[in-house]
Design a protein. Structure first.
Length: 291
């Protein structure tokens, strides 16, 4: 259903407001560069600091700009089930292809609480759901057995796995089935994730290097891991540099160096420190993005 490289799309700002003209240009650029889909208003899209209206506007504009050419998986997560239902129903209404829903953060629900949360979202509309499991941010970890229970629901179709544990892919194949879509949420190990049974990546780095990240995915899905590894060698310094400070800040700076968008972020995030800017630029040179 969903395979390949899905940039976790940044939300461009101009003087503190949404820059929708640039957002539309980014959608066109990603399609031209070979991205296989887009994920607006995830954490990389600064969802924690968007208003509800802004969140919904970004989803609607990305869906409209993509115009069915590539799938759009709309960020719809919240630790408030009612709020997530609102985002799910809006994404469904405007024509998104699926919703990305993070495990509830801060509340620290039990495994049973997560089952209740995702079941309510599954039942609220007909939009497919990709679970986003990122224990480092949400402080809860959805176990493979729990995911297996949820995978029995017809519209819970996959997972964005950011645990960093490549053995999870194998465990989830056993509990969720081989057709359950497993997508990496970690750029640095995405090629190895596919060797374990994954089929894609929701990528931060793909915001600035979409063609290279898409080529890594295409190589792994064709079974050509030698080519994938060569490409990953080009990307690895950039992956590491981007995540030295919060990834969306690093990738917005990299994008600003290419003239793609402003490096502007919303507080409590701030711009990159000068030493990390130098690391990002070194990574871009290594990847062949700048001279």
């Amino acid at each position: 259903m969903f395979k390949g490289s899905f940039p976790a799309l940044v939300t461009p700002f101009k003087n503190g407001e949404l820059d929708l003209d640039t957002l539309k240009k980014l959608v066109e650029w990603h399609i031209g560069e070979g991205s296989h889909g887009l994920v607006p208003v995830g954490t990389t899209g600064e969802s924690p600091t968007l208003t509800h209206k802004e969140h919904e506007t970004v989803v609607e504009e990305v869906v409209r700009a993509a115009a069915g050419r590539i799938p759009v998986i709309a960020g719809a997560g919240s630790n408030n089930t009612l709020e997530a239902i609102r985002f799910m129903q809006h994404a469904h209404k405007v024509g998104a292809d699926a919703a990305l829903v993070v495990t509830p953060y801060y509340n620290k629900p039990t495994q049973g609480g997560m089952i209740a949360h995702f079941t309510a979202l599954h039942d609220c509309c007909d939009l497919p759901i990709v679970i986003y499991n990122i224990p480092g941010r949400s402080a809860v970890d959805m176990m493979p057995d729990t995911m297996g229970q949820l995978a029995k629901l017809p519209r819970i179709v996959g997972v964005k796995d950011a645990t960093g544990d490549l053995a999870r892919v194998c465990a989830q194949r056993l509990t969720c089935g081989k057709e359950f879509v497993q997508i990496s949420g970690e750029d640095a190990t995405a090629h190895g994730f596919n060797a374990q049974g994954g089929v894609g990546v929701i990528s931060v780095t793909a915001n600035v290097a979409p063609k290279l990240v898409a080529q890594v995915q295409e190589a792994t899905l064709a079974g050509d891991y030698a080519t994938a590894l060569e490409l990953q060698d080009r990307l690895m310094p950039l992956h590491r540099a981007i995540f030295t400070e919060p990834g969306l800040v690093g990738v917005k700076y990299a994008m600003s160096r290419l003239g793609l968008c402003s490096e502007e972020v919303r507080t409590p995030l701030v711009g990159l420190s000068d030493p990390v800017k130098a690391l990002v630029e070194d990574g871009m040179r290594h990847a062949g993005l700048i001279n």
